[in-house]
Ligand binder design. Structure first.
Ligand SMILES: Nc1nc2c(ncn2[C@@H]2O[C@H](COP(=O)(O)OP(=O)(O)OP(=O)(O)O)[C@@H](O)[C@H]2O)c(=O)[nH]1
Ligand SMILES: [Mg+2]
Length: 226
């Protein structure tokens, strides 16, 4: 039976988190784990737990996410981090409005559950980002989290170009430009399994901020100063 929803899990050295994640997929959902050059046993662990494994050697969150999108075949595609910070059982929160035809893109707004799931500097950066998105687009988003769902073919047609951490932002900007109905729902956020790579590190945070600023500046250029 073909899956109704393909779930893309960008994955860089997440062997510790994968067994729990892959055991918690709702029925009718297929996991596509995109191995982004892991040096641990992520690919083998993912296969052992029933995922389709796609290999994407070009580093970068967007690179991994996009390879997963292109490998997906189901009508609906969802995205989720592979670090155990989000529970795949919550995927139905983002997919349901898309399946029901009520929204074209649904984003999971991270709601911290458990101490240390979301460092203060990251929350602050995200809030600032949400403010900038609102200024550019009028969209009342609170967060640009890692869990989201949309129509697979429509997302492929957007032809996103970012291959690093600007990918989720580019998705929202392009979708908004094309008049998509974008909705935000709550999604519990817990401490990740394993060592932090982006949010918990200065280098990761700076690189994410620089990727996103570039996209927002381009958007400002496109629509004129608002
Ligand atoms: N950082 C990073 N993550 C990648 C890459 N490719 C795939 N990923 C995966 O993308 C997801 C998000 O990365 P995270 O490292 O969790 O980023 P974050 O949630 O902002 O920050 P931390 O959880 O604190 O590390 C995880 O499942 C990673 O394994 C990459 O090139 N860099
Ligand atoms: Mg994480």
């Amino acid at each position: 039976m073909t899956a109704l929803v393909d779930v893309v899990f960008p994955c860089l050295d997440e062997e510790q988190a994968l067994p729990w994640i892959l055991g918690r997929l709702p029925a009718g959902y297929r996991a596509i784990v995109v191995d982004n050059g892991s040096t641990d046993d992520s690919a083998a662990v993912a296969r052992r737990h029933g995922a389709l494994v796609v290999s994407e050697p070009r580093r970068g969150f967007g690179s991994a996410a996009h390879a997963g999108l292109l490998a997906a075949t189901s009508p609906i595609v969802a995205f989720c981090d592979a670090d155990g910070s989000m529970d795949p059982r919550d995927l139905e929160r983002v997919t349901a409005p898309v399946i029901a035809g009520e929204a074209d893109l649904v984003l999971g707004r991270r709601r911290p559950s458990g101490r240390g799931s979301w460092p203060v500097h990251a929350r602050f950066a995200n809030l600032a980002l949400a403010g900038l998105i609102r200024a550019r687009t009028g969209l009342r988003l609170h967060d640009l989290g890692p869990m989201r769902a949309t129509d697979r073919a429509a997302m492929v047609a957007l032809d996103l170009q970012d291959r690093r951490s600007g990918y989720p932002l580019e998705l929202v900007l392009r979708a908004h430009r094309d008049g998509w109905r974008i909705r935000e729902v709550d999604a519990p956020y817990r401490p990740r399994v394993g060592r932090s790579k982006v949010t918990g590190t200065v280098r990761g945070t700076l690189s994410a901020v620089s990727d996103m600023s570039r996209l927002l500046a381009a958007e400002r250029e496109r629509v004129g100063t608002r």
